[in-house]
Design a protein around this ligand. Structure first.
Ligand SMILES: Cc1cc2nc3c(=O)[nH]c(=O)nc-3n(C[C@H](O)[C@H](O)[C@H](O)COP(=O)(O)OP(=O)(O)OC[C@H]3O[C@@H](n4cnc5c(N)ncnc54)[C@H](O)[C@@H]3O)c2cc1C
Length: 340
């Protein structure tokens, strides 16, 4: 959706998300995703079209509510952005999309010459509940993956959730999916999934999810530190939390503005910076809130307990030191990487 189309909507996307989730009647993550989609809350501004921050604010709003839902919502909205970018058909009205691109040996999906998916795909969030997925698959002997769109409710698709023993992020219902010559439609050219600017633009959207969940954890500390009797060490913990959350928020705002100003430029360094910052912020906030508040919110505050279980798992989607090194390589190429 273009920035002008978004501007004509009655409310910014994050506010529509808040309104939809405030009125929601519970249910699992897939049922909540269905409600968001039916309410039009998946119609987000596309990255790089002038309202990237509004897109990320919506992702953060969903993540602040529930991270498993955010995992499905981020995958669905990412799929819609990828289809728009690579010229794929958006699928039937009401379709619920997953984006399954993890390459986790031995699970590997191959694409036959007549366009059929064969093999397995690991790390498929929401597999049993979604209707369609974008999947990276390999033609034999080729060096780059081909992105394909596949309908999930067909005989050639089998979901195996037996290996999913998660406690944190349990609600994302992430499974292994087996494809048995399921018909699939190529989306974009071979290698286009990774090469397009939207790949890293979307990667930064994950950082917005981590940040949104960290805010929910931080809010428990904020409430406690606002009590008249709050001890100084609790204020200090809130101070460190504030620095962490504000720093990542500033990076996210700067990254969104940069992407809007350079929509076709490689965004890897910008995305890695936001992701590494958001991951560290999440860890800081979990640590500070946990130490300052003790066990009580982990055991008596349902939202805090849910986020405290989910967030450490979700941030493991970061590639940790590997991404630090990649970012360091970008910084090393700059003569003077840091300016005000
Ligand atoms: C709840 C959940 C839901 C998911 N849902 C989806 C989904 O719907 N779609 C999808 O495509 N994917 C999904 N994923 C998968 C995710 O995107 C990753 O593919 C998966 O977590 C494996 O990550 P990894 O490649 O970093 O792990 P590994 O490669 O196994 O790495 C493990 C750890 O080793 C360290 N490491 C790795 N390489 C290096 C290196 N060179 N130097 C230093 N350290 C290194 C990193 O710290 C990393 O955390 C999901 C993951 C989770 C946790």
């Amino acid at each position: 959706m273009s920035a002008s189309a978004i501007a004509s909507l009655p409310q910014p996307p994050a506010q529509r998300v808040h309104a939809c989730l405030a009125g929601e009647g519970g249910g699992d993550a897939a049922q909540q995703l269905r409600r968001l989609v039916d309410a039009g809350c998946d119609r987000l501004p596309l990255p790089g079209q002038g309202a990237t921050l509004a897109r990320w604010q919506a992702l953060a709003a969903v993540a602040a509510h529930d991270l498993s839902l955010a995992k499905l919502y981020e995958g669905h909205t990412d799929a819609l952005a990828i289809l728009a970018e690579l010229g794929g058909a958006p699928g039937p009205a009401g379709a619920l999309w997953g984006t399954w691109a993890a390459e986790a040996p031995p699970a590997r999906a191959t694409l036959t010459p007549d366009g059929r998916l064969r093999g397995a795909k690991a790390w498929c969030s929401g597999a049993a509940s979604l209707t369609h997925a974008l999947v990276t698959a390999w033609r034999p002997g080729r060096e780059h993956p081909q992105l394909v769109a596949v309908a999930l409710r067909q005989p050639g698709v089998r979901v195996d959730g037996q290996g999913w023993q998660a406690v944190g992020m349990a609600g994302s219902a992430t499974a292994v999916v087996h494809f048995d010559d399921a018909p699939a439609i190529a989306v974009g050219a071979e290698g286009a999934y990774l090469d397009r600017p939207g790949f890293w633009q979307g990667g930064a959207g994950i950082a917005a999810c981590w940040w949104g969940s960290a805010c929910t954890i931080g809010q428990a500390l904020h409430r406690a530190a606002r009590q008249p009797s709050a001890p100084p060490w609790r204020q200090a913990a809130l101070g460190r939390t504030d620095v962490a959350l504000q720093s990542t928020a500033a990076l996210l705002r700067a990254a969104a503005a940069w992407i809007d100003a350079h929509p076709r430029a490689p965004a890897q360094a910008v995305a890695l910076r936001t992701r590494q910052s958001a991951e560290r912020t999440a860890r800081t906030v979990l640590d500070e809130a946990g130490q300052a508040l003790g066990a009580a919110p982990f055991c008596q505050d349902a939202a805090f307990a849910r986020h405290a279980a989910d967030l450490p798992v979700f941030i493991r989607q970061s590639h940790g030191p590997k991404d630090d090194a990649a970012l360091g390589q970008f910084a090393a190429q700059e003569e003077a990487p840091w300016t005000l």
